[in-house]
Design a protein around this ligand. Structure first.
Ligand code: WQD
Length: 351
């Protein structure tokens, strides 16, 4: 059984990927300093998989501590690197925190991958590298644009670091460019736990619907789109998670043509903010309290993926539609309301 290290394994996409890896026969360990995540999701992983996943609570900016984890686990076959700060707005306010955390962590992990001659490396990237695309849907060959935020810059830099590393390395890498991951595991045992006031659309919708937020603001309805609101490619987190397992297997089976391959992970469908709200109201049976507000600086007008490469090369089959995304997100919000006190007790990070 191949052992895979997932960095950020206690986080949103990381935890769902840990579940998918275990369900597909891999042994998994995690490194997560829980600075932006919770041990609550580790419990959920155990309930779903009946496996207790060991998490090393290590700051990846500390090379010696990171190396010690690899020394203790010399049988690591592959690494999937999620651990990073990812709040666009916060990255504008605290750019140095983002460059230090996201870049230093990545470099330290890659130094260990090199040290232990690990052959498979998967990097969590983002559609943010495309900026405001000239043409949609975007393919992996679509031009990258100047990043709209330091967060986006760390993703572009991260991709370049992995590409350059892969040329020298004896192993191979894959860059996975997520579009907008949303929803929660159908068991309601793991899902997204945003810190503080949610920036992203779907947690903002569900927290408004459950009463945690008084009202949601739609950031602009005067864009040149079919209903004036921004268009995005929403993709269920479980579909994203399974794509990581497929990417790893793709490298294990030596299907890659180059040392570093890139795949778009999006549904291939564009959905506007107002359409997403309508889908939520339909599946939840609740009316969302929202107002139309100002445009949000840095927002892309419209983007969605051409996902043919992931479908054809990784044999990726998307299982969840928009309604499933909204339904699982809402069921998760209802679930964490029940466990709110437990989550607060376990994790100081949530406020
Ligand atoms: C989507 C749309 C908002 C909240 C971000 C990151 C990207 C990726 C996905 C990591 C926009 C609108 C939102 C609200 C709103 N993350 N919105 N009211 O900005 O497309 O992408 O998350 O890889 O890197 O940038 O996602 O969910 O923040 O916004 O109207 O309260 O919803 O303006 O049009 P985004 P988002």
């Amino acid at each position: 059984m191949k052992k895979i290290l997932v960095t950020g394994g206690c986080g949103y996409i990381g935890s769902h990927t840990v579940v998918d890896l275990i369900e597909n026969g891999f042994e998994v360990i995690s490194i997560d300093d829980n600075s932006r995540s919770t041990t609550y999701l580790l419990d959920g992983i155990e309930k779903i998989t009946a496996k207790k996943v060991k998490n090393y609570k290590v700051d990846l900016k500390n090379f010696d501590e990171t190396l010690a984890v690899f020394q203790e686990n010399e049988d690591i076959s592959g690494v999937i690197h999620f651990a990073a700060f990812k709040a666009v707005g916060e990255s504008v306010e605290k750019p140095l925190d983002y460059y230090e955390n996201n870049i230093c962590s990545l470099v330290n992990v890659l130094k260990c991958v090199k040290e232990f001659d690990i052959k498979y490396f998967v990097f969590s990237s983002s559609c943010t590298v495309y900026g405001n695309p000239d043409a949609i849907p975007v393919t992996e060959a679509s031009p990258e644009k100047k990043p709209e935020s330091p967060y986006g810059a760390t993703k572009q830099m991260g991709e370049q670091i992995v590409k350059d590393f892969s040329i020298q390395s004896s192993g191979n890498s894959i860059l996975l460019r997520y579009f907008n991951p949303v929803g929660a595991h159908p068991s309601c045992l793991i899902g997204e736990l945003p810190l503080g006031k949610p920036q992203n659309l779907v947690p903002a919708i569900t927290q408004t619907a459950i009463g945690k937020l008084p009202q949601m603001i739609v950031h602009g309805n005067d864009y040149p789109t079919r209903d004036g609101s921004c268009i995005r490619d929403y993709i269920h987190v479980c579909d994203i998670a399974h794509a990581h397992t497929l990417a790893l297997q793709f490298l294990i089976d030596k299907k890659n043509q180059s040392t570093c391959e890139i795949f778009n992970l999006g549904s291939g469908n564009g959905t506007s903010v107002l359409e997403a709200i309508n889908a939520f109201e339909k599946v939840s049976g609740t009316k969302l309290n929202y107002v139309i507000g100002q445009r949000r600086p840095g927002d892309v007008v419209a983007i969605y993926a051409n996902n043919n490469l992931a479908v054809n090369e990784l044999k990726w089959r998307i299982q969840y539609e928009l309604d499933d995304m909204m339904r699982t997100a809402w069921n998760w919000e209802l679930k964490i309301k029940e466990d709110e006190n437990l989550i607060r007790q376990q994790n100081h990070v949530l406020n």
